[in-house]
Every structure is written in C-alpha cells, then in structure tokens.
Design a protein around this ligand. Structure first.
Ligand code: MG
Length: 369
C-alpha cells in the first residue's frame, strides 16, 4: 500500500433526538474523520467514536486529535504498510487510545479493500448478506414516553429493543415494558451504574426474561462481574470492560459474561475485532456490534464487522435516519424489515458525501508522506 497523504477533519453534527444514558445526555456529536489517500488517488475512510467528554472511556475528541497527529500517524511514516493487519502492531507501543487507533486503522482497511476491489465485509471474512438491526432506547422523561417510543420502534421493524437503565429507572420500567410487550426480544444496558451492593435489584431483573443485561458493574471490572454472573440467570454482556483480545480471554475464563458486545473503536480496530470474534467462536460466546452514535463512515465499518458469522444477536447499528437529518455518506444506511443489506461495492460500500462533509468541517489537517 502506497499511502501518500492522511487528512484529519473535525466535523460537528446535530443529533435528531437527544440521547440519554446513565452517564449523560448527548445532543450533538463532534467527530474526527480520517482519510487515507494512496498514490493511485484512492481514499480509505475511518471515523473516531470518541466523544467530547471522557465519560465513556478516558478518550476525548481532543485527545484523539493529539494522539493521531503527534503519535499514531508518524508511526505509519517510516515503512510502507503492506497489509492493514500490520497497523495495530505498529501502534502497539502506544498505550491505550483505542478510539484513535481504530479510526486510522479503519481508514487503512477501507483503502486496502478498495485497492483489492473487495467489499470491506469480505476482506474481513464476513459471510452474511444482511444484518439484523436492534435499537437502543435512551432513558426517557416518563414511562409513557418510553412505552410509546418502543411501540414506534417495533412498528419500524427493529429486531430487538435495548433500554438504558440506572438505579431508580430499572425494575419498574422493565416490568412496565414486559406487561405491555410480553414477548419482544428485550435487553437492558446499565453503562456501569451498579455495584455488587445492588445485587438484589439485579437479581430481581431475572424474572423478566431479558436477553441479557449489559455492563451492570464498573467500566474496568471483570472480577465482580464473574461473582454477579454466578448469581444471575440473565446472561451478562460486557461492553466497557473489553478493550482487547486479552480482556475477552480473561473475562471468558473467569465466567464474567456469556455474551460480548464488540465496538471496533473500543478495542483499537478491525484486526483486534476479528481476533476477538474468533476467540468467541472457540468459546461459544455470541456477539453483537454496539453503537457509539456513529455517523455514516463509522456505521459502515460496523456493518462490515457485523457480517462475520458469530455476530448472531441483533446489534445497535440503526439506519442513518434514526440519528441524522442528513448523513455524511451516499446512499445513507437504510433498514428494511429490520435488516440492513451488507453493501457489495468495494471498501465500506458507501460513498462519503464530500459536499456534506465540507459543510460540517470545523477544521482539518493534512499529513504528507
Ligand atoms: Mg453499552
């Protein structure tokens, strides 16, 4: 691969609806886009999922910009990259900063797939022609609004409903949802809002036949999750705690979870995502792909990784129109009957909408190789 230029752009997009979890409310999203350009003029695209506050993990948009500019991009300079699998090895000596690493590596993967005339999904070993779509419902102002929201999403065709919970917005709301919708595939995401002191509350959720409860305990814990799982019937799914293949291996060995939510940005990229996928296959751990309110580029990467065989549970990759008035790709991601078709065009399979990207760009930086 002959990389000639890397362009970073910082864009800002308004969310159609505010999104509330146990850690805060988001109304807009500042996003770093990475464009990796080859000598032949082909561009690969990546998107950082970092947000402006360090409340999901320690990274922010600003720390990502710094890490990419001053530490990661220089590591691609010294020797040509032959295959995108090499990128994570190059970045290994830099600790953490997985969102930043994944954004650059994702752009290199897109470029590689395009240069080889392959859909990114195929380049990663994906086998599915379409993926199942679930939806994540944030914490609402009232129970009535929550039930109405779920009813609307079910009508739109979503294959599973995930609701965000936090202390005080848990058993009551789940009971109401179950009374109204006894059979729907339903799960709860706590975003680390509980501790082992809340074990009775978490055990009380067992009666509602949830597909799983996602990340009930601390963002960096796997020990207490194992203790909790041994006392819960509901499968625990880990999200925030899994940053790498090694974290996944340890969590599986300890029995900390029965399901893994994979986020490409959380684990440092697509190469590490493939390794975690294969580990989960070996251990019969079903997976699904989580969401970080991505714009079209990040969304396209999520679709590609979800096409791998062990992503057997519906993910959070909803269509563009669920989040944005106008996305930054053409065509936009669309859902039909609860499915998104995996694109067959080379690379991520969607064209970046350069006019829209230009209009949203606050600033940019070009690195010449
Ligand atoms: Mg989560």
């Amino acid at each position: 691969m002959d990389i000639k230029r890397i362009i970073l752009r910082q864009i800002k997009m308004d969310l159609l609806h505010p999104f509330t979890t146990s850690v805060g409310t988001e109304t807009d999203k500042t996003i770093i886009l990475v464009e990796v350009k080859s000598a032949s003029g082909i561009s690969g695209w990546g998107e950082s999922v970092a947000i402006t506050q360090p409340i999901y993990n320690e990274e922010t948009v600003e720390t990502n910009w710094h890490m990419m500019s001053d530490h990661l991009i220089p590591l691609l300079h010294w020797e040509a990259v032959q295959h995108p699998d090499e990128v994570s090895g190059r970045f290994k000596k830099i600790r953490g900063n997985f969102n930043a690493k994944a954004a650059i590596e994702g752009a290199v993967w897109d470029l590689y797939a395009k240069e080889n005339n392959l859909p990114l999904a195929k380049a990663l070993g994906g086998t599915k022609a379409r993926i199942e779509v679930g939806v994540s419902v944030g914490i609402q102002q009232s129970e009535t609004l929550m039930l109405k929201q779920i009813e609307d999403y079910l009508k739109e065709g979503y294959k599973r409903i995930k609701v965000k919970i936090q202390p005080g917005w848990d058993i009551g709301i789940i009971r109401s949802i179950r009374q109204e919708f006894p059979k729907i595939p339903l799960m709860a995401d706590a975003n680390c809002a509980y501790s082992l002191n809340d074990i009775e509350t978490l055990k009380a959720l067992d009666e509602f036949d949830l597909m799983m409860i996602e990340q009930p305990l601390d963002h960096d814990d796997i020990i207490d999750h194992a203790k909790l799982q041994s006392q819960l019937k509901t499968p625990i799914c880990l999200d925030e705690s899994i940053h790498s293949y090694e974290d996944a291996r340890k969590a599986i060995e300890l029995g900390s979870c029965k399901i893994i939510n994979l986020k490409i940005g959380r684990v440092g990229g697509l190469t590490e995502s493939k390794r975690i996928h294969d580990l989960c296959v070996e251990h019969n751990i079903p997976m699904w792909c989580g969401g970080m309110l991505e714009a079209g580029i990040g969304r396209a990467h999520n679709i590609a990784i979800t096409s791998l065989g062990n992503f057997t549970l519906p993910g959070d990759t909803a269509p563009s129109a669920h989040y944005w008035k106008r996305d930054i790709i053409q065509p936009e991601v669309e859902m039909k009957d609860g499915y998104i078709v995996v694109p067959e065009a080379p690379g991520i399979g969607y064209e970046p909408d350069l006019e829209q990207i230009e209009a949203l760009t606050m600033y940019s930086k070009v690195f010449h190789f």
